[in-house]
Design a protein around this ligand. Structure first.
Ligand code: BES
Ligand code: ZN
Length: 620
């Protein structure tokens, strides 16, 4: 290479890094990574602000209205949005009606919606209606709610479902601000991932504003007969009337958690941190919608034993909502960092031993997940390749628990002080932007490893299967006690009544149940249930792991089959129900699974139903 060529090359390389930064600072369209799960071409034309004006029709079970965008473009002749199962009616550019076109429908991605624009076009409006095929929305009848009086609506956007209720550039990199006007029946309150009303009004008309730019998967709406109860000036809970006091008690530590999180990685960026507890069909434990986490009622245990979920969703206010995975292949940047941060918050509030119990549960989940992928080792990489697949297929415990283990091992290698300085600066420097795995690794190398002269096998962790040899070992004294008790029980030197009298916390009980030996006799298993009453456990986590063991051990006494069926009929939390259906399948009881699923399916949100359809081989 000649000197001239070398210099030109260098200049070009420098420009790739810094010119895009300057562009961003100037507020122009910056360079977006290639996202195979969106039709949008944000490098050409991108939406920066959304004004959503919608009406929620509970009779027809649809949402209809207008999505009006403020856009920016560079020499583009069209702007492309993602739309799936939507009826697009009319489109306008700067108030003038234009002809749109909808491309071919892909079963995962939906359709590209193209709208012609000019260089100086500023706004694009789309009038539309959702259809009964919508995947994000779940309309519930009164029977499916806690109070049983009014219907309910909830949305779930992650990963690529927002396009089924709003035509949008549905890539996590396309951050936008939004305002919304939502009309609902007078008896109901509407709340969103935005600044929220605290009580119902006479008109049923509510206005919302999200001033900070967020990713489309974080736009969320819940409509129901909800009330609010404050925990601290900036934290509080929404729930149905009959639940609100229990929910308020369960989540009493919310403000303490926000404080602990701020002490670790900097100021909470979203002003308000509220949680809405939804009906049991909500498909996730929690969803980190900014300012308003959505949560399952299955964590309302009465004894605050499952509140690590709050720490988890709160942690996403940094990892995920502030620094966002650029594409779904980088999902581990959202979830792995969040689990690490969750454990740090739990440690700050309840001590190291408690955090280590939670981490040990995750460590066992990881071992089981890797075992399940023995014929698909690439599925255990942190960085995924989900091109041509539904991103949901990549959303298993690898991102969470291997991601956590990577960061914990890194922490133990460099020392906690350096790790914390690094992470705080990482969030600070990249706030309100998106991150690819490669960009993170580069930052990690220069800002943590090289700076401190540390060698670390980062690439093995990120681009190879399984768990590298240098992984941190996680131990918990309280879990060791459980393991000793199991050994004695197996040998016959400790009986079931003695076992159940042990002063164990919920995590210890979960660890115990999950590690009941495969070979234990059905007599002992039955005696255990009769003594500990696990089949009628009120704690949903205990019930779930017990039911899984009951299926594994072909156990049918104490009316457990009926309890399993009731559980699957009411709870729609994907992790819980998929664990149970998977257990039926693994134990050659596919017929039992199908019989229950046939009745239960109508109660499930589409993300849960899709997972179980695939698992049981049901085509829909
Ligand atoms: N963001 C996830 C939920 C999610 C993941 C939605 C993938 C759609 C696709 C949320 O933060 C989460 O991880 N929830 C967990 C709870 C948590 C305590 C591990 C869940 O739902 O169980
Ligand atoms: Zn999460």
């Amino acid at each position: 290479m000649t000197i001239f060529k070398k210099t030109a090359f260098l200049l070009l390389a420098l420009c790739v890094v810094s010119c895009s930064n300057t562009e961003k600072e100037m507020g122009k369209t910056s360079s977006y990574a290639n996202d195979t799960h969106s039709y949008a071409k944000p490098n050409e034309a991108v939406a920066k602000h959304l004004l959503l004006d919608i009406n929620v029709d509970f009779e027809k079970e649809i949402i209809k209205g207008t999505a009006r965008y403020t856009i920016e473009s560079t020499n583009a002749t069209e702007i492309i949005f993602d739309a799936k199962h939507l009826k697009i009616q009319e489109t306008f550019v700067d108030g003038e009606k234009v002809k749109f076109s909808l491309g071919a429908n892909d079963p995962v991605l939906g359709q590209p919606l193209s709208i012609p624009i000019k260089n100086d076009s500023r706004t694009v409006s789309i009038t539309y209606e959702t259809t009964d095929k919508t995947e994000a929305l779940q309309f519930l009848n009164p029977q499916q709610t806690a109070d049983k009086e009014h219907p309910f609506l909830l949305t779930q956007g992650q990963a690529i479902l927002t396009r089924t209720w709003i035509p949008i550039q549905d890539s996590p990199q396309v951050r936008l601000t939004y305002t919304a006007r939502v009309k609902v029946p007078k008896e109901l309150l509407a709340i969103m991932s935005a600044e929220n009303p605290k009580e119902k009004n006479e008109t049923g008309q509510y206005s919302f504003e999200m001033k900070q730019p967020i990713s489309p998967y974080l736009i969320a709406l819940a409509v129901g007969d909800l009330v609010y109860k404050e925990i601290s000036p900036r934290t509080g809970v929404y729930a149905e009337k009959s639940m609100i006091d229990k929910v308020h008690y369960e989540f009493a530590d919310m403000e303490k958690m926000v404080n602990a999180a701020e002490n670790l990685y900097g100021k909470y960026a979203w002003d308000q941190f509220d949680i809405v507890v939804l009906p049991p069909s909500f498909p996730f434990g929690g969803m980190e919608n900014p300012r308003l986490t959505f949560a399952t009622p299955t964590v309302i245990a009465g004894d605050r034993s499952l509140t690590s979920l709050v720490a988890h969703e709160l942690a996403h206010s940094w990892s995920g909502n502030l620094v966002t995975n650029a594409t779904w292949n980088d999902f581990w940047l959202n979830e792995g960092f969040t689990v690490y941060f969750e454990m740090r918050i739990m440690e700050a509030l309840y001590g190291k031993e408690h955090a280590n119990m939670l981490a040990s549960i995750g460590r066992q989940d990881l071992a089981e997940e890797i075992e399940g992928f023995h014929d698909q080792p690439e599925a255990t990489h942190l960085k995924l390749d989900l091109k041509g697949k539904n991103p949901d297929d990549g959303m298993n415990s690898i991102a969470y628990d291997k991601g956590y283990l990577f960061l914990r091992t890194l922490e133990e290698t460099v020392g906690r002080d350096k790790m914390d300085v690094f992470l705080k600066e990482y969030f600070n420097r990249h706030s309100f932007s998106t991150m690819t795995t490669e960009k993170f690794l580069k930052y990690l190398n220069t800002e943590l490893l090289e700076k401190n002269n540390v060698e670390f096998n980062v690439k093995d962790w990120v681009y190879k299967a399984g768990v590298p040899k240098n992984a941190a070992t996680i131990t918990s004294d309280k879990f060791q006690k459980v393991e000793e008790a199991i050994a004695k029980w197996e040998k016959g030197t400790l009986n079931e009544t003695e076992l159940c009298k042990k002063d164990w916390n919920i995590q210890q009980k979960i660890h115990f149940i999950r590690n009941i030996p495969k070979e234990i006799s059905i007599e002992k298993f039955t005696a255990l249930d009769t003594a500990c009453q696990f089949s009628t456990a009120t704690n949903s986590y205990i019930a779930m792991v017990w039911f899984e063991q009951a299926i594994n051990h072909d156990y049918h006494a104490n009316n457990v089959d009926q309890h399993i069926e009731n559980f699957l009929m009411t709870v729609g939390r994907r992790w819980y129900v998929s664990t149970l259906y998977k257990a039926f399948k693994r134990n050659d009881k596919l017929e039992d699974a199908k019989r229950i699923y046939e009745k239960a399916r109508a109660n499930y949100h589409s993300v849960t139903a899709n997972t179980i359809d695939d698992m049981l081989g049901i085509s829909n």
